[in-house]
Ligand binder design. Structure first.
Ligand code: GLU
Length: 511
């Protein structure tokens, strides 16, 4: 696939100025899948050079989110590697050495212009209607002895790249966008080292990618305009640039760049909403890449076996949470009861649910699940087809954990319990379910209740809705007979009694 002989080495290089955004996660996934497909290495490098906005907490969270998604890196924080360190703040010596190399070659020059002077000139250029408002190169040709003197006096200065004056347009073959060319007059002698002695992004990224022997830079197209600058840095350093592949951005449904306005955008937020890592990975993998234009469900393994840059789309992808939710619901349908309960445990713990109805702490809930595992697993078929994310489950099954009483939805009470027939229905159900010889299983409960509509001369729907509201608290609930079977006889009868009190008395006593 790649024509180079060089080993494939790709990197994901997040700046820890926030949590892992799904755009970043997609970039990470493509790099990872590309490395796996090519038998190469996936490197994680933390670009934490912005001291004000980078935090250790963000770095830790990014690592956690990547691992949660199922991504593993061959080199980087926590795993090490022979090209480390992998945090840019620990690599300043490399940047300094690279600057020295450029100084020795005369490929950079110190610029003594103050930020105020630069701003003034920029505004003047703008006012004069000039299209190129970049640096005017006024320090580029200062006499050598003047430069030496000013440096000796410690005058504040930046270091700028000396772009050769005869340089033609900067052109490269982007693996996604094809031949991409930038006219040289759009590029000025940009700063590589600031006056406070810190290096700039466009410099450090080249030094690191070169030292880490990165073969392909796969990143968001927000960096496209940085690429010609980086190519000029590689040229100055005398190093072959890596290949580049830029990924078009992810848009919200309104066609604007995806941002917090559109709702959840961090991987962590999707985790909290109850999405599965496999589902999010599946969805993000297909957001700008396709296996065959049809497949919507694919495993990480399949992605790694098939990923190629050729099938990455140039068009911006639109983030569609409904599609993600659909994929997630498919995962729920396929995962089976045991995995489901394992995944649901933290949610049950948040709610403090136990089978007896007593509220417990996290350990208590875990112990209850361990003690009553088959009971918990039998909740799975009741909800598997009805939920999109795990966060939907607990509110839907709260009635199974409320002991002798259930929280009643007022609209459901009005519609199904305050009717002329509800009392009869509930009385009949109480009698049927209270029968001493009734075996407490789903089949027997269903048989017993199915006799009632005919006996009462009512439509099944009317009878079962009254019973449903009494037991589950709501006219919309998971299947009724299965639910009753999961509750104890005692709790079921207690709930029916409560509902009887609420229902308007009416109809004739049962024969
Ligand atoms: N640190 C940069 C970012 O988070 C990525 C740099 C790159 O991939 O070249 O946007």
């Amino acid at each position: 696939m790649t024509e180079q002989n060089q080993a494939v080495r790709v990197r994901f290089a997040p700046s820890p100025t926030g949590h892992l955004h799904i755009g970043g996660a997609r970039t990470a996934i493509y790099n990872w899948a590309f490395a796996r497909r090519q038998g190469g290495s996936f490197i994680l490098r933390i670009e934490d050079t912005d001291p004000e906005r980078s935090t250790v907490e963000n770095t830790a969270q990014i690592l956690r989110s990547l691992r949660w998604l199922g991504l593993d890196w061959d080199e980087g924080p926590e795993v090490g590697g022979q090209y480390g360190p992998y945090l840019q703040t620990e690599r300043f010596e490399f940047y300094r050495q690279a600057l020295e190399q450029l100084q020795a070659k005369g490929a950079v020059y110190p610029c003594f212009c103050s930020p105020e002077e630069l701003e003034e000139r920029r505004e003047a250029a703008l006012a004069a209607g000039k299209s190129n408002i970049g640096y005017d190169r006024s320090c580029r040709d200062l006499p050598a002895d003047e430069v030496a003197e000013r440096l000796k006096l410690g005058e504040p200065h930046t270091w700028r790249l000396k772009i050769p004056l005869d340089h033609g347009p900067v052109s490269f073959e982007d693996e996604v966008f094809g031949t991409t060319t930038f006219p040289i007059d759009q590029l000025d002698d940009f700063v590589l080292f600031r006056s406070d002695g810190t290096p700039t992004y466009n410099f450090v990224v080249c030094v690191d990618d070169a030292l880490m022997q990165i073969s392909h830079v796969i990143r968001g197209d927000d960096h496209l305009s940085n690429t010609p600058k980086q190519i000029l840095v590689y040229e100055a350093l005398g190093i072959q640039p890596p290949r580049f592949a830029h990924l078009s951005m992810i848009l919200g449904g309104d066609g604007k760049r995806l941002s917090k306005r559109h709702g959840a955008t961090s991987v962590e937020a999707f985790e909290e909403e109850g999405y599965f890592p496999q589902a999010l990975l599946n969805y993000l993998a297909l957001l700008g890449w396709s296996l065959d234009g049809e497949t919507t469900l694919l495993t990480a393994q399949k992605l790694c076996e098939n990923f190629s840059l050729e099938r990455v789309s140039r068009n911006p992808a639109v983030f569609d949470e409904a599609k993600l939710a659909w994929i997630n619901s498919e995962y729920i349908k396929q995962m089976g009861a045991s995995c489901f309960i394992n995944a649901l445990l933290p949610y049950l713990q948040d709610y403090g649910f136990t089978r007896s109805g007593a509220v417990a702490d996290a350990d208590g809930v875990a112990a209850d699940v361990a003690a009553w595992r088959p009971w918990y697993e039998s909740i799975y078929p009741l909800v598997a087809e009805r939920v999109k994310v795990l966060a939907d489950v607990c509110p839907m099954i709260a009635y199974l954990f409320s002991g002798p009483k259930v929280a009643l939805d007022e609209a459901s009470v009005e519609k199904c319990l305050r009717t002329s027939t509800a009392h009869d229905c509930l009385a009949a159900a109480t009698e049927a379910l209270g029968a001493a010889d009734l075996t407490w299983d789903c089949h027997s409960i269903e048989q017993a209740l199915r006799l009632l509509p005919e006996r009462l001369g009512l439509k099944p729907k009317v009878v079962f809705q009254a019973v449903r509201v009494a037991i589950c608290g709501n006219m919309v609930s998971p299947p009724l007979f299965e639910s009753i079977a999961l509750l104890s006889r005692e709790n079921t009868l207690s709930r029916l009694r409560e509902a009887l009190d609420l229902s308007a008395a009416g109809g004739q006593p049962l024969p």
